[in-house]
Ligand binder design. Structure first.
Ligand code: NAD
Ligand code: ZN
Length: 344
């Protein structure tokens, strides 16, 4: 079968021909119907050899959807032909976090050698993939897999972050979204759907800002050192109640620090390698800073429900599997509007 693999440190991923995997006991094989490209794949592929821990070759793809194709011994909860999305942050399945469906915060997964698909385990960017356990499969219930697949990360991650700050975002509040790409353009829609906040979106690209307004941002600003003053002016001098940074570089975290109000929240979601000065004199009084990771299983169900009720629309650029390396190059160069999705 075809699979998109990262094979050599520092080089683009390639289309490889690898054996069809067989599901073991308790596992499920999916015929992949869609796989999303995430900027985190570029984080992984930008690591120097000494910092790279994901194994080579790595079949990419941590946003996956598929049709159940074959089940391993003992699997009775799904049947061949079921249409599903894959919950990606696999945990040990037994600890208190995993018991609450918060496998994204399982403290044992890494030590047990349990990795998400595409981030250590073979991922979704292939014609077939193995899912370790049926609990990671969420029924699509009529949702289109190509339009929906990115909700498993580009939807779930901002949803988890926004839900965690919900108390700060009543009617009359202001939320700032920095970086309106894959995650950011869904974040804007989630903020509009589940909070009372006015949404100010920042990006470095005018095209992305136009897109941000199309998906629901009330106001857009270029992301530069003038943005904090503009945000203060738009909020009557007070600042934003919550800032969601989907870049996470030092200049964007600095915008977050200078834009947030007293007792507000900064959610540093992007993994752009930046650091944020916190503490007395750096962040306003009372500000909480958080670096959330992905989301819980039940939150993924909620995100899919929001899509079913018409509140979320991922802007998708489709690529056949042979063109996945080109799609990665476009993502790297900031040329993807919304999310690039590979359809094997
Ligand atoms: P993306 O490439 O689709 O979008 C990034 C956007 O940021 C683009 O629109 C780009 O123009 C914009 N941008 C770049 N520099 C900027 C700046 N200085 N100011 C404002 N905007 C700027 O990326 P994505 O897939 O949406 O991922 C966003 C970030 O979130 C990445 O760092 C990714 O690794 C990270 N991520 C984190 C988690 C998590 O669990 N914490 C999960 C998924 C992705
Ligand atoms: Zn991701």
């Amino acid at each position: 079968m075809k699979a998109i693999q990262y094979q050599t440190i520092g080089e683009l991923p390639v289309v490889a021909d690898i054996p069809l995997p067989e599901p073991g006991a308790g596992q499920v094989r999916l015929r992949v119907t869609a796989a999303g490209l995430c900027h985190s794949d570029w984080f992984v592929m930008s690591l120097p050899a000494e910092a790279y821990t994901y194994g080579l070759p790595l079949t990419l793809g941590h946003e996956g959807a598929g049709i159940v194709d074959k089940v391993g011994e003992g699997v009775t909860e799904v049947a061949v032909g079921d249409d599903v999305a894959v919950y990606g942050p696999w945990g040990c399945g037994h600890c208190s976090e995993c018991s609450q469906g918060r496998e994204n915060y399982c403290p044992f997964a890494a030590d047990l050698g349990i990795y998400p698909p595409g981030l250590g385990a073979p991922g979704a960017m292939a014609e077939y993939m193995i899912v370790n356990d049926v609990r990671h499969l969420i029924p699509l219930k009529g949702l289109d897999p190509v339009q929906t697949v990115s909700l498993t990360d580009a939807g779930l991650t901002p949803y988890h972050s926004i839900k965690s700050t919900l108390a700060k975002l009543p009617a009359g509040s202001t939320a700032v979204v920095i970086g309106t790409g894959g995650l950011g353009h869904v974040a804007i829609q989630i903020l509009r759907a589940i909070t009372g906040a006015t949404v100010i979106a920042l990006d470095v690209s005018e095209e992305k800002l136009t897109h941000a307004r199309e998906v629901g941002a009330h106001t857009t600003l270029l992301s530069n050192s003038d943005a904090p003053a503009a945000i203060r002016e738009l909020t009557g001098g007070i600042g934003a109640d919550a800032v969601f940074d989907f870049v996470g570089a030092t200049p964007t975290l600095d915008i977050a620090r200078r834009s947030v109000r007293i007792d507000g929240a900064i959610e540093s979601v992007g993994i752009g390698g930046g650091t944020l000065a916190t503490g007395f004199g750096s962040t306003p009084f009372g500000v909480s800073v958080r670096a959330p990771y992905w989301g819980s299983r039940s939150e993924l169900m909620e995100v899919l429900d929001l899509a079913r009720s018409g509140h979320l629309h991922v802007t998708v650029e489709e690529f056949p599997i042979d063109r996945a390396p080109e799609a990665y190059a476009k993502l790297h160069d900031g040329q993807v509007l919304g999310r690039a999705v590979v359809v094997p």
